[in-house]
Design a protein around this ligand. Structure first.
Ligand SMILES: *Cc1c(COP(=O)(O)O)cnc(C)c1O
Length: 380
């Protein structure tokens, strides 16, 4: 990444929007993230627990989340991309281990080594490149080795594992911190695919030099101790997404999203409301337009109501880029005015609720949350 693009990426979040200027306010409860970490640790019975911070900590701020988790003793973090690792290293200092899940693009090895990052090695080519950079630096370099136990996404295929296992000196200069794999269906505890992947993971890791092992993401932790190994790698559950979708959410909610009323009005029967006149008033209506739209990551099909003092205020007409019109006829006249806040995510509408309406998952709701919000961190 060159300096110009780094400055541009930095600018979206590093120029904070004041609460008064913002159209919407995102409150991130770092205390709840810490409590969720403790809840996962309690299930892990002494097994180590990392924090997954890819996509800027699932949209909530990787640096802030890392600092909160560090206070709970978490000293292993995972990001997806090298650029994320470099930024996180700058933010949190040299001590914690930072693993780069997607591996290193060819030619980026020196940059990764300079930032003291640990690649997750997903192929023989990546292994050779990392060995080469270790040799040229005259140092041993840390890495995790990922094997594909049955997801076909990232990691060495079984044939590659067999090939490296039979070749002398393959891991010279590499300190294998973990052998890891990832579960494709951990959120479906009843399917046989999980146990099949676990057995395949066992088979593959035995071919490699002996090292600590890691398999479970958030949902994987809830599959039981056989899946815990030496290190768990939760992301979503830390951020309040339900890791057990068929059961009550064992995690605390972490975010609250509130949007400001930009304007209110009254319309008469026959008024066409919003783009395409997708709704036509069949009687007098009171409306409030809020300053949040799909430009803030609110999917056009996500949950279609906001909440105010326990009252459901349905969206009316289409979601615009920067605004949504609410039907507030159920509220007394004048009860809601310019600058007042309504809630889009909170106690009455969870991240998972919003996702369900959009036919997506809580992960996508979180990582879509826009750069225009005023971000308020509480519970630090
Ligand atoms: C994203 C990811 C995780 C964390 O998954 P969650 O479901 O968010 O807990 C763990 N491991 C790998 C390899 C991942 O890509």
């Amino acid at each position: 990444m060159d300096d110009t693009s780094r400055a541009l990426i930095g600018s979206a979040r590093s120029q904070p929007v004041s609460e008064a200027a913002a159209g919407a306010i995102l409150t991130i409860d770092l205390g709840a993230i810490r409590e969720n970490y403790r809840r996962l640790k309690a299930r892990l019975n002494g097994v180590r627990c990392a924090g997954v911070l890819k996509a800027d900590g699932y949209g909530l701020g990787a640096a802030q989340v890392a600092a909160a988790l560090a206070k709970e003793g978490c000293d292993i973090f995972f990001v997806a991309l090298l650029g994320e690792g470099i930024a996180l290293r700058k933010a949190i200092g040299l001590r914690p281990d930072i693993f780069v899940l997607n591996g290193l693009p060819p030619g980026s090895e020196a940059e990764a080594a300079a930032a003291a990052l640990c690649p997750v090695i997903n192929s023989i080519a990546q292994l050779k490149a990392w060995r080469e950079i270790a040799r040229s630096l005259g140092r041993t370099l840390p890495a995790a080795i990922q094997v594909d136990s049955g997801m076909a996404r990232l990691g060495m295929a079984p044939a590659e594992v067999e090939a490296v296992a039979s070749e002398a000196g393959t891991f010279e200069g590499i300190d294998i911190r973990f052998v890891m794999s990832h579960l494709a269906r951990a959120d479906e505890p009843q399917v046989a695919a999980n146990e099949k992947q676990r057995r395949e993971f066992e088979r593959l890791r035995k071919m490699l030099p002996s090292a600590l092992a890691s398999l479970a993401n958030s949902s994987g932790i809830f599959l039981g101790p056989a899946y815990h190994y030496d290190l768990a790698r939760p992301g979503a559950a830390l951020y309040g997404v339900n890791p057990t979708p068929k059961e009550l959410n064992p995690m605390l909610p972490v975010i609250r999203l509130q949007a400001k009323v930009a304007q209110t009005r009254e319309v008469g029967a026959g008024a066409g409301i919003g783009y395409g006149h997708a709704h036509q008033a069949d009687g007098p209506l009171r409306l409030a337009t809020i300053s949040l739209g799909y430009g803030d990551g609110w999917h056009r099909r996500a949950a279609s109501a906001a909440w105010f003092e326990g009252m459901r205020l349905p969206f009316i007409g289409r979601v615009s880029m920067d605004s949504i019109i609410l039907d507030i006829s159920a509220l007394p006249a004048g009860r809601l005015g310019e600058g007042d806040l309504v809630e889009l995510i909170g106690p009455l509408q969870s991240v998972d609720d919003a996702a369900g309406h959009a036919g997506t998952i809580g992960y996508e709701i979180l990582t879509s949350l826009g750069a225009r919000f005023h971000r308020r961190y509480v519970g630090a």
